[in-house]
Design a protein around this ligand. Structure first.
Ligand code: GYE
Length: 309
C-alpha cells in the first residue's frame, strides 16, 4: 500500500509531450460510473476542470451506472488510440477481457475510485482511491464508541457488486464483530441513491414496527442516509437523536444534516482528486516507471463537533 504523498501539495506534472520539435497534448479517456448521489457529479466536475487546467484532452464517458456502457466506452477509447484510459468501474467483475484488449493495444489503464476483481494485476498500472475497508472500519469504530458497544444496526448497502459496497461492509463488520452486543439486524441495497435509501428505510420502518429495538443506521453513502433521514422524519422518528446515524462521503448536504443534528458522523471521501490522479498518469506516460498497485487517498471521520475545513 502506498499512501498518497502529494496531499496538500500543489499538483505537478506537465501534460505536453514532445515528439521531435512539436508538442502534443495528452489524450485521456475516462469512463465514469454515472451521476448517482452528490459525490460522483462533484468528482466528475473536478476531473473535467483539472483536465482543462492541465491541458489534457479528456474524453469523458458517463456509463449511467451500467457496466455494458463502460465496456463500450473503453473499447471506443481503444479505437480512438487515446494515450491512457482511466476507469471508475461500476462493479468489480467482468473486466479481464476488455483490460486485455487495452493491454494488447499498448494503452495503459488506471483505475480510479472503484476497484476491479482480476487475478492478473498487470492489466492495469495502478489504482488511485480511498481505502473503502478503512472507511467501514472507521464507521464501525465510531458507532461502537457512540453506543458503548450495544447496538442493533440497520445497514443501507451501496450498489451490489461495487467495490465500496463490498469493502465498506467488510470493514464495518470486522469492527462490530469485536462487540458481542453489536449486530446488523436488517440490510439491503439502496444503490447509493437518495431515493433508494428512502425506499429501503421505509420498508425497514414497516418491518420493525417503527425501528423498535434499533439503535443505529450505517449507510454506505450519505445520499442513502439523507433518504433514510427523510423516511424516518416522515414516520415521526428522530434520526440523529433517538438513532445514531453514520455514513460515508461527507458531501455538503450531509454536513448540513450533521450540523442540524439529523445525523451523527460521516467519513470523508475526497472528491477534488483530479490533481492527484492526472500527475500519476502523465508521469507514467513519460517514464513508464512501475508503480505500486494501489495509491491510497486518506479518509477522515467527521462529526458536527469536528467538521474540518
Ligand atoms: O461513496 C458513492 C458513490 O465509488 C466510493 O460511489 C464511490 C462511491 C461513493 O456513488 O457516493
Amino acid at each position: 500500500m502506498h499512501v498518497l504523498k502529494w496531499l496538500g501539495c500543489a499538483a505537478i506534472g506537465a501534460t505536453m509531450f514532445f515528439a521531435g520539435s512539436s508538442a502534443f497534448a495528452v489524450t485521456i479517456g475516462f469512463s465514469q460510473v454515472g451521476d448517482e448521489g452528490d459525490w460522483r457529479p462533484a468528482w466528475s466536475k473536478d476531473m473535467q476542470e483539472e483536465a482543462k487546467k492541465e491541458g489534457i484532452d479528456l474524453k469523458f464517458a458517463d456509463a449511467q451506472g451500467k457496466e455494458e456502457e463502460q465496456l463500450k466506452a473503453v473499447r471506443s477509447f481503444i479505437a480512438q488510440k487515446v494515450d491512457a484510459i482511466i476507469i471508475a468501474p461500476v462493479v468489480v467483475t467482468g473486466w479481464d477481457q476488455v483490460l486485455g484488449e487495452a493491454k494488447k493495444a499498448g494503452i495503459p489503464v488506471f483505475l480510479a475510485d472503484r476497484d476491479v476483481d482480476t487475478a492478473d494485476k498487470s492489466l492495469f498500472v495502478t489504482r488511485i482511491s480511498a481505502d473503502f475497508n478503512l472507511e467501514g472500519r472507521l464507521a464501525g469504530a465510531w458507532l461502537a464508541q457512540a453506543s458503548k458497544g450495544n447496538c442493533n444496526i440497520v445497514e443501507l448497502q451501496g450498489t451490489t457488486g461495487a467495490a465500496p459496497a463490498i469493502e465498506r461492509k467488510k470493514g464495518f463488520e470486522a469492527v462490530i464483530s469485536l462487540f458481542p452486543n453489536m449486530k446488523i439486524v436488517k440490510t439491503q441495497s439502496g444503490n447509493f441513491t437518495t431515493d433508494g435509501g428512502k425506499q429501503v428505510m421505509e420498508a425497514f420502518i414497516k418491518s420493525t414496527d417503527n425501528l423498535k429495538g434499533i439503535c443505529g443506521v450505517f449507510a454506505h453513502n450519505d445520499n442513502m442516509q439523507l433518504g433514510a433521514i427523510q423516511a424516518m422524519k416522515e414516520a415521526g422518528l428522530k434520526p440523529g437523536k433517538d438513532f445514531l446515524l453514520v455514513s460515508v462521503d461527507y458531501v455538503p448536504a450531509e454536513k448540513e444534516a450533521l450540523a442540524a443534528g439529523d445525523a451523527n458522523a460521516s467519513v470523508e471521501l475526497r472528491s477534488a482528486i483530479g490533481k492527484y490522479i492526472y500527475p500519476v498518469v502523465t508521469d507514467y506516460l513519460k517514464d513508464k516507471k512501475e508503480l505500486p498497485k494501489w495509491i491510497v487517498i486518506p479518509s477522515d471521520l467527521h462529526t458536527a463537533a469536528t467538521p474540518g475545513n
